[in-house]
Ligand binder design. Structure first.
Ligand code: C5P
Length: 241
């Protein structure tokens, strides 16, 4: 298997509560500092540590490409790390990155740049499942009861044993993912994850590999407090990082 990793990192991160990014990008969540390093770099390092990964393509806003290039050059990465310009939506950012992956890629793993706590064991499992079936994502089971509502009125209670919360990585055979993006573009569909685009092809069933609630998507200011805790725990247990 030849794995290309796509890291969408072109978001504005406005949910972090700052409308205007600072010049060096540190007010956007993907560049906020954890232990002195941008979150994106922590995420990139996780994938560089996985031997199956043959290349990483990061989608960035145009103004970030140069300084991120300089930062990553300092890493002497074990595989090529390509930087491409992202788009106005996460889907467009991933689509641009998909156009830049090596032609001999067999599996594409898409992972939110703002999830630096993916562990290698889960990554191995989801890659293995996608290699066997064509499509697999990481998910966790919800602990809360989920209600379907209309305005503030409950319309249904969705049985929890039929639910998972989709995380990333989401891994697909490259040809399948290309087809899913082409069809979504053709139909004018925007999804909040890649699996939803592959599901609508109705060609393969997407598997779910159970992950960990540590694989948080750093989105709100309070997530940074949890992130600092997880990072200090990783530092104390480097073999599981
Ligand atoms: O916006 P959301 O929280 O879904 O972002 C998930 C990931 O997608 C983040 O890493 C963010 O930087 C990225 N993204 C992107 N291009 C956009 C919007 C979000 O690469 N236009």
């Amino acid at each position: 298997m030849r794995v290309s990793v796509i890291l969408p990192a072109a978001g504005l991160g406005t949910r972090m509560g700052r409308a205007q990014p600072e010049k060096n990008g540190t007010s956007r969540k993907q560049f906020m500092l954890l232990d002195g390093l941008p979150i994106l770099l922590h995420t990139v390092r996780k994938f560089l540590a996985c031997p199956a990964v043959a290349e990483i393509v990061v989608a960035l806003r145009a103004e970030d490409i140069e300084w991120v290039r300089e930062m990553l050059d300092g890493e002497s990465p074990a595989c090529p790390v390509r930087l491409v310009e992202g788009g106005d939506s996460r889907q467009e950012s991933v689509e641009n990155a998909l156009a830049a992956i090596a032609p001999d890629t067999t599996l594409v793993a898409v992972h939110d740049a703002v999830r630096p706590f993916i562990d290698l064991d889960t990554l191995d499992k989801v890659l293995g499942e996608a290699d066997a079936t064509g499509a697999a994502i990481v998910g966790i089971v919800p602990v809360d009861t989920v209600k379907q509502v209309h305005r503030n009125k409950i319309r249904a209670t969705i049985p929890r044993d039929h639910l998972v919360l989709a995380q990333t990585p989401q891994v697909f055979r490259a040809d399948l993912l290309r087809r899913a993006f082409a069809k979504a573009r053709e139909d004018g569909v925007t999804g909040t994850d890649e699996a939803s685009l592959v599901e609508r092809l109705e060609q393969v069933e997407v598997s779910v590999v159970l992950g960990s609630d540590r694989n948080i998507k750093i989105t709100k200011p309070t997530d940074m407090e949890l992130a600092r805790l997880f990072l200090s725990e990783e530092a104390a247990r480097p073999e599981t990082a």
